[in-house]
Design a protein around this ligand. Structure first.
Ligand code: G3P
Length: 214
């Protein structure tokens, strides 16, 4: 399973990149708004840090606007993946952008039927938001299981990108189900690394190491 980091914070991306744990980056308007920076500036800097798929989202919701923004994003860097919302005009935009050679990540997916349509339209990635389903008393991971099964049934090329990840269990469950990608916030990446027995064991090794005659 590939790991993307889900953030607009370039300091987090630099640190994760140095740890060698990320294959790409996803952003969205909410994450970039937190930085106080211009969206294009943030994405351009990210493209200099990570050599992998970088998702940048359109803000328009009409076909013409999404195509205009998508084409502009595609010119920023060859690694840009245009993030398009799962709405009727969004599917049209995905189809046209794909014909032009631009990869799209279809975002805000909350049902298997939406995921089927995104794949039919030619999405490179589908982003089911599992945490937000958990928030409304549904089991987000059930959606991942259904989409993985459906895509495998028909050998769709679309990659399942698990989004709205809130905890390490989401990541492990996504891997167990065979999801292609998990996009993970910095805080969860750090939780994945930590284990109390690692800390206890390391402390003991350090203490015992001091007892070894030099
Ligand atoms: O990748 C989508 C993600 O940024 C949304 O996460 O926690 O706002 O539902 P969240």
């Amino acid at each position: 399973m590939k790991f993307f980091i889900d953030t607009g914070d370039v300091a987090e991306i630099r640190e994760a990149q140095a740890q060698g744990i990320i294959d790409g980056v996803t952003t969205n308007p909410s994450l970039v708004a937190k930085t106080g920076r211009k969206y294009k500036d943030v994405v351009t800097e990210i493209c200099e840090i990570v050599d992998g798929p970088i998702s940048a989202e359109v803000l328009s919701t009409d076909l013409e606007g999404m195509l205009r923004e998508g084409r502009a994003w595609a010119k920023v860097h060859r690694n840009i993946v245009v993030k398009i919302p799962l709405i009727p005009d969004g599917l049209k935009a995905v189809r046209i952008l794909k014909q032009e050679g631009t990869r799209c990540n279809v975002t805000l997916c909350f049902s298997p039927s939406q995921a089927i349509l995104a794949a039919k339209a030619g999405a490179a990635y589908i982003s089911p938001f599992i945490g937000r389903l958990d928030d409304v008393s549904e089991t987000g991971m059930d959606l991942i299981e259904k989409i993985v099964t459906i895509y495998n049934n028909y050998t769709f090329d679309t990659e399942v990108l698990v989004a709205s990840v809130r905890n390490p269990t989401h990541v492990v469950d996504a891997a167990m189900l065979g999801a292609d990608v998990c996009t993970v916030p910095w805080s969860v990446l750090q939780q994945l690394i930590k284990h109390p027995l690692t800390d206890v064991g390391l402390k003991k090794f350090i203490e015992d190491g001091k007892k070894i005659p030099v």
